[in-house]
Design a protein around this ligand. Structure first.
Ligand code: ADP
Ligand code: MG
Length: 649
C-alpha cells in the first residue's frame, strides 16, 4: 500500500493575545489509500485541528504534510482550493447545509467550482441523493429534513466531486443513535467502494466501527492500532493534481450558481433589498429623467432655431437687450424694411410691427394689440398652436387678410364658446379670417391685453403708415452670402439712414452657440447630480453587502471547504451587488419612462426625450456601481480564512 497522507512533525499553535495555545504538538502519521480510520480523543485534544490540516483548510505551523507525495506547504490559496475540490469531501457535525437551497442544490454545489455544467450537476446530485435513500427529498430544503437526512445530504455533497478522501468531523455528534448508525453504515460502505474515510469522534463506540483507531491527547498521538484488516474492492484512481476548469465553462457554471443565489438572498431579505435598491432606483430615475428633460428642451430649441434658418439676423431698436430707453426709439421703421429687402444679400425681410385696433366679432367688440408678423414668428418664439393652423401659404406676398388669435383673445371675442376658426373678425375697418388659435406664452400670462397676429404685409399695407416704428426686423440672408458680411453691410446701411447706431443685431448663429454652451453647462450640472446620487446609492449597496458578507460568513467558509477559490467567492458577491444595482436601475428607468409619459413625452409642456442610449447608459452605470461598490465587500469575503469562517456562529 502507498502512503496517501503523510504527516511528519506537524505542529499547529494559535496565538491568543500574549499566550500561545498548542493544538498539535508534533504529529507523525501515515494514512494509506482506502483506509477507514477513526481519530478519537476528548474534547480539546486537537482532533478538529488535525482534520482541518488533513483537509487543506488549515496549514501546519511547522512540520511537513504530504498528499500523494506532494508537500502542501508551498501551495497557494488557489492550489489548496483545487486540492480540496478534487480530492476531499467534508462532513461536519452540524451538516453546514445552506438553508435557502434545496437538497439537490446543496449536493450539487461543489461541482459548480469544478466547472461542471448545470444539467450534469443536477443529474449527478439526483443520483447521489437516490443512492442515499433521499430520492423523494430532492426538492426539500434542509429545514424540512430530519438531522439524519440532512447528514446524508451532506454525505452526498462530499461525494459530488468524487470525494476520494472523506473527512467526517463528529458526523454522528448531533444525531440520535439510529440515524447515527445509518450514517456510519454509509461511511463503511463508501470505504468498501475504495474511498479513504477518516472519522473524527470523541465516542469510542463510533471509533470501533473503523479498521484503525488513532487516539490523540493534547495534540499528540497516544495510540495507533489496527483493529481489522482493510478490505478494498475497487481502488479509486490516484490523487488528482490541481487542474482548473476552462475559464469560460467555469464562469458559466459559477454565474448559473451565483445568479439564482443572488436572487434567493435578495428574496430572503425583501425589505432590506428594497431599501438598498431604493437609492439606486431614485438615483437612476432622477438622472434619466433630468437627462431626458435636458435632451427634450435642447431638441425643441434646436428645432426652433433651425426653423429660423441658419442665417437670420434680427434687428432690435436700442443698444442691447438691457437698454431701457429702447421703447422710446422710433427710428426703426417700415421703410427700413423696404430698403433692406432691395439689397442683393437679403432674401427676405420680416418686420414685427405692433399697433392697436378695435376688434369686432359677431358677438362683441374689444380693443386689441395687433401684431404684424411673419409666418415663422410662432416657431421662432416657441408659441404653440392650440387649434387651426398658420397663415395660408402666400399670405405674406398677397397681404392676406387672416388672423391668428391667442386663446384668451379667442374666448373674449367669442364668449359663447363657438369655434372661432373660419369666422370673420373686423380689425377697425379690415375684415380678417381666423385661421388658428395659439397658446399665450406663459411669460405673458399676467398680461391682460388681447393679442391678434396678422401677416405683417397686411398690417403695413392696410393698418399702418410707412413711418410706423417696428418692434423688430428679421432679415433672411440670401443663399450663399456670408452672414457676417451681410451683418456688417446692414449695420452700416441702417447707421447711415438713422444717423446713429440706435439698434442692435441678433444673429441666430450666435443664438445657437449660446444655446449649445448653455446645454453643455447643463450637461455638466446634470452629470454632477448624477454622480452624487449614484455614489449615495452605491454606498448603500456597499453597506448592505458588508452586512451580507458578515451574515453569510459560514456559507463562505463552506464554499471554500468544497473548493471555491477566492475569485469564486469574490465573483459571487460581485454578481449579487451587480444584480441589485441593475435591477434597481431597471426600476428607475421604468419610473423615468412613466414620468415622461405623464408629461406628454417630447410634445408636452415639459418635453422629455428618453433615448435608448440613456437607458443603456443607466444600466451600464448601475453595473459599474455594483462592480465598484461591491468590490470591497466581495474582496473582504474572498480573503476570509476557511477555518475561521466555518466556525463562525
Ligand atoms: P477538538 O476538536 O479535539 O475538540 P480542537 O482541535 O478544536 O479540539 O482544539 C484543540 C485546541 O486548540 C483547544 O485547546 C482549542 O481551544 C484550541 N483552538 C482550536 N482552534 C483555535 C483557534 N482558532 N484559536 C485559538 N485556539 C484554538
Ligand atoms: Mg472538534
Amino acid at each position: 500500500m502507498s502512503a496517501l497522507l503523510e504527516l511528519s512533525g506537524v505542529t499547529r499553535s494559535y496565538r491568543n493575545g500574549d499566550e500561545t495555545v498548542t493544538a498539535l504538538a508534533g504529529i507523525d502519521l501515515i494514512i494509506e489509500a482506502g483506509e477507514l480510520v477513526a481519530i478519537v480523543g476528548t474534547s480539546g485534544s486537537g482532533k478538529s485541528t488535525l482534520m482541518n490540516i488533513l483537509g487543506c483548510l488549515d496549514q501546519p505551523s511547522s512540520g511537513d504534510y504530504r498528499i500523494g507525495g506532494r508537500s502542501v506547504s508551498g501551495l497557494s490559496a488557489n492550489e489548496l482550493a483545487s486540492m480540496r475540490r478534487e480530492n476531499f469531501g467534508f462532513i461536519f457535525q452540524r451538516y453546514h447545509l445552506l438553508p435557502s437551497m434545496t437538497a439537490a442544490d446543496n449536493v450539487a454545489m461543489p461541482a459548480v467550482y469544478a466547472g461542471t455544467d448545470g444539467a450534469t450537476r443536477a443529474a449527478r446530485a439526483g443520483q447521489l441523493l437516490q443512492r442515499l435513500g433521499l430520492g423523494e427529498r430532492v426538492g426539500h430544503r434542509p429545514g424540512q429534513l430530519s438531522g439524519g437526512q440532512q447528514q446524508r445530504v451532506s454525505i452526498a455533497r462530499a461525494l459530488m466531486n468524487g470525494g476520494r478522501i472523506i473527512l467526517a468531523d463528529e458526523p454522528t455528534g448531533a444525531l440520535d443513535s439510529a440515524s447515527g448508525e445509518t450514517v456510519l453504515e454509509v461511511l463503511r460502505e463508501l470505504h468498501t467502494e475504495g474511498h479513504t474515510v477518516i472519522i473524527v469522534t470523541h465516542d469510542m463506540q463510533v471509533a470501533e466501527k473503523a479498521d484503525r483507531i488513532i487516539e490523540i491527547r493534547d495534540g499528540r498521538v497516544l495510540a495507533d492500532r489496527r483493529v481489522r484488516e482493510t478490505v478494498r474492492e475497487t481502488p479509486l484512481p490516484d490523487i488528482a493534481t490541481s487542474e482548473t476548469p476552462s475559464w469560460f465553462s467555469g464562469l458559466v457554471a459559477r454565474f448559473s450558481d451565483a445568479f439564482p443565489m443572488a436572487l434567493r438572498s435578495m428574496a430572503a431579505q425583501r425589505t432590506r433589498t428594497f431599501l438598498t435598491m431604493f437609492g439606486i432606483v431614485i438615483g437612476i430615475a432622477a438622472v434619466v429623467a433630468v437627462v431626458g428633460m435636458g435632451e427634450g428642451s435642447r431638441r425643441r430649441v434646436l428645432a426652433q432655431i433651425s426653423e429660423l434658418g441658419a442665417s437670420t439676423l434680427t434687428i432690435f431698436p436700442g443698444r442691447g437687450w438691457t437698454d431701457e430707453k429702447a421703447g422710446s426709439i422710433t427710428s426703426l421703421v417700415l421703410s427700413d424694411a423696404s430698403v433692406l429687402s432691395a439689397q442683393p444679400y437679403v432674401a427676405g425681410v420680416t418686420p414685427l410691427v405692433t399697433t392697436t385696433a378695435r376688434a369686432r366679432s359677431d358677438q362683441t367688440s374689444l380693443n386689441a394689440t395687433i401684431n404684424g408678423v411673419g409666418a415663422e414668428y410662432f416657431a421662432i418664439n416657441g408659441i404653440r398652436f392650440v387649434s387651426g393652423h398658420n397663415f395660408p401659404q402666400d399670405s405674406m406676398e398677397r397681404r392676406g387678410q387672416y388672423a391668428i388669435l391667442d386663446d384668451r383673445t379667442a374666448s373674449a371675442l367669442f364668449p359663447r364658446g363657438d369655434a372661432p376658426i373660419g369666422k370673420i373678425v373686423m380689425l377697425d375697418r379690415m375684415p380678417v379670417t381666423v385661421t388658428g388659435i395659439v397658446a399665450r406664452p406663459r411669460s405673458a400670462a399676467a398680461d391682460k391685453s388681447l393679442q391678434v397676429y396678422i401677416p405683417h404685409t397686411s398690417a403695413a399695407g392696410r393698418l399702418l403708415a410707412a413711418s410706423t416704428s417696428l418692434a423688430a426686423l428679421s432679415v433672411r440672408v440670401a443663399e450663399g452670402r456670408d452672414t457676417a458680411v451681410a451683418e456688417r453691410a446692414i449695420v452700416s446701411l441702417l447707421e447711415r439712414r438713422h444717423g446713429t447706431k440706435d439698434f442692435f443685431v441678433f444673429n441666430s448663429d450666435q443664438m445657437r452657440r449660446t444655446m449649445e454652451s448653455a446645454s453643455q453647462t447643463l450637461a455638466v450640472l446634470i452629470s454632477s447630480v448624477a454622480v452624487i446620487s449614484l455614489v449615495v446609492g452605491g454606498v448603500g449597496v456597499m453597506n448592505i453587502m458588508l452586512v451580507s458578507v458578515t451574515e453569510r460568513t459560514k456559507e463562505i467558509g463552506l464554499r471554500m471547504a468544497v473548493g471555491a477559490r477566492r475569485l469564486d467567492i469574490m465573483l459571487q458577491f460581485l454578481i449579487e451587488a451587480i444584480v441589485i444595482c441593475v435591477a434597481g436601475s431597471l426600476v428607475g428607468v421604468g419610473l423615468a419612462l412613466a414620468l415622461a409619459a405623464l408629461l406628454g413625452g417630447a410634445e408636452g409642456e415639459m418635453p422629455m426625450v428618453i433615448s435608448v442610449h440613456a437607458i443603456l447608459g443607466a444600466c451600464a452605470s448601475a453595473f459599474l456601481i455594483g462592480l465598484l461598490f461591491g468590490f470591497l465587500p466581495a474582496r473582504g469575503a474572498s480573503r476570509l480564512d476557511p477555518v475561521d469562517a466555518l466556525s463562525r456562529e
